[in-house]
Design a protein around this ligand. Structure first.
Ligand code: ZN
Length: 162
């Protein structure tokens, strides 16, 4: 594993443990929102790039063969900042998570909203994003809001094919 993926994964794991979230995509979405605009933009770029590289830090897109050292330093800086301001970061992230989460009436599906929603998987308890775009697609198709994360949905499809 490269130094880049090492620092990236450490930061991700740290953030997840801080707010008790398990979904990688969701944790970065929440985390990005608490960052100042300039840091946020750079982090977003790194985040997108991370999703396109393998475990050895080599781009699967072939656009950038090596990760710049500045990125590792930049992420290490964030990791240190998060650790130093743990409680503040935690509270800010929880506030975002709670404001995004919909309160679900019992035995009913939550209303569709024109904003990303965080859904807690009824299978494994992890949280995942149900984006505004996905919501529109589901609404158009007349589908119910998903209750399970992608992993659990895949498992259920194998277990109970329809
Ligand atoms: Zn699940």
């Amino acid at each position: 594993m490269s130094k880049f993926t090492d620092v990236y994964n450490t930061l991700e794991t740290y953030l997840k443990s801080l707010v008790g979230m398990q979904d990688s995509k969701s944790i970065w979405k929440v985390y990005l929102q608490i960052l100042p605009p300039d840091i946020q933009a750079s982090t977003k770029t790194i985040n997108h790039y991370r999703n396109a590289i393998d475990g050895h830090g080599t781009s699967v897109l072939g656009t950038m063969p090596t990760v710049p050292d500045e990125w590792v330093i930049f992420l290490q800086g964030q990791l240190n900042w998060v650790k130093k301001n743990e409680e503040e970061v935690k509270q800010k992230m929880l506030a975002i998570i709670n404001s995004t989460q919909t309160t679900k009436p019992q035995n009913q599906y939550p209303q569709f909203q024109e904003a990303d929603q965080i859904i807690t998987c009824q299978g494994c308890g992890s949280q995942f994003y149900f984006t505004a775009g996905e919501q529109r697609f589901y609404k158009e198709k007349g589908l119910n809001i998903p209750k399970y994360c992608k992993t659990c949905r895949a498992k259920r499809n194998v277990k109970d094919p329809k």
